[in-house]
Unconditional design. Structure first.
Length: 378
């Protein structure tokens, strides 16, 4: 089976975050005949690490991709479409896995004489949990890479182009769930109860004002209200419960903290003012992915003959790869997936197979460059 066929098989059998058991098994089945020095499973849950070289001399390089799919119903009709109802690979993780599989094929034929390469197939990227779980795993803590790299395909950009910058490459984000609870009343006598309606109306304008309130200079710091629930179709009852779902997004982690603090303070203020019970929870929490200058220089040097574009702006979406670049010298780059490719998370998106060869070639060049330079001082 070649890597394109592997990609299509993975595409047919998508799995959600923390449930990628079958995906991991298919990868192990594909990679075992390549006879890497080690295959380690169960990292951070369902993660898989494939290792080439012993690391006795030279640098240790880690390349990372993602295992998980999304809870999106696929509308494509090709023969390898998802066979799992309501789940599909709409972020291209099937393609990212195929890229690392192609890198493994190369090093199976070109064995390392120095250095060590770790190909990490990471679970649960979509929920922001996977990188943390991997890094907390005692097995992964033994890897201690000198360099870490990842890529993400980027529709609407020229096919095969590299998009890279120093500093924030993917924004921080978090989903915030706000619950306000009062007391029901007859709709004819709302004053006998305690509805959260006024508090909701006072809270919603805050989200548009957040960038100004923290004096943010970034166009990538903002809030998006993704859902509001207040009462139900019961015309005789004044409601007692409300829920607000909002996504906070920021180019910088320190600004994200300030956004969270302002939202928390305002919710508490309104809850006290209107005598409401409240709760504030967060899900899908992502720190910003911050590229190291040295790692960006490695990418631009290694890919000097490739179409590399230094972009002034980060991608607005989030990636949990930032957990790795907090600890190790590393960088994530965008890989153009073509101007006509549907956007990420669109129901008709499909990873372009031609990027498998392109992405693996770029990763191999970056890896070889790392093996020929001095590891960073720790």
């Amino acid at each position: 089976m070649n890597c394109i066929k592997l990609r299509k098989k993975l595409h047919q059998h998508p799995e959600l975050s923390n449930s990628e058991v079958g995906t991991a098994a298919r990868l192990v089945e594909y990679l075992t005949p390549l006879a890497p020095d080690h295959i380690i499973t169960g990292i951070g849950g369902t993660g898989v690490a494939v290792c080439f070289g012993d690391g006795a001399t030279g640098s240790t390089v880690m390349l990372r991709c993602e295992l998980d799919a999304l809870a999106i119903t696929e509308t494509n009709t090709f023969d390898y479409r998802s066979i799992t109802a309501g789940i599909s690979h709409k972020c291209g993780h099937d393609g990212h896995m195929a890229i690392l599989a192609a890198v493994a094929q190369y090093y199976a034929k070109n064995r390392l004489e120095k250095g060590r390469l770790i190909l990490l197939f990471q679970p649960a990227e979509e929920t922001g949990e996977g990188a943390k779980k991997v890094l907390e795993d005692k097995i992964a803590q033994q890897f201690k890479p000198d360099f870490v790299f990842a890529l993400h395909n980027a529709p609407k950009y020229p096919m095969g182009g590299v998009l890279i910058k120093t500093g924030t490459i993917c924004c921080a984000s978090r989903g915030v769930i706000i619950r306000l609870t009062g007391k029901t009343a007859h709709a004819a006598q709302p004053e006998t109860g305690n509805s959260p309606t006024k508090a909701v109306y006072q809270l919603l304008p805050l989200f548009e004002q957040l960038p100004m309130l923290i004096n943010s200079q970034s166009d990538f710091t903002f809030a998006t209200v993704v859902g509001v629930k207040l009462g139900e179709k019961s015309f005789g009852t004044s409601p007692s419960e409300a829920e607000i779902y909002v996504t906070l997004r920021s180019e910088h982690n320190n600004e994200m903290k300030r956004l969270v603090d302002i939202v928390n303070d305002k919710v508490i203020e309104l809850a006290i003012q209107h005598k409401l019970a409240y709760s504030i929870e967060s899900e899908d929490v992502f720190d910003a992915t911050v590229n190291h200058e040295a790692a960006v220089e490695i990418i631009t040097s290694a890919l000097s003959e490739e179409p590399v574009h230094l972009t002034p702006d980060p991608f607005p979406w989030s990636e949990d790869f930032g957990q790795f670049t907090k600890l190790y010298c590393g960088a994530l780059f965008g890989l153009g997936a073509g101007e006509d490719t549907p956007a990420l998370h669109n129901s008709d998106y499909d990873f372009p197979d031609q990027l498998i060869e392109t992405g693996s070639r770029y990763f191999i060049k970056i890896t070889e460059h790392c093996f020929n330079i001095k590891p960073p001082e720790t």
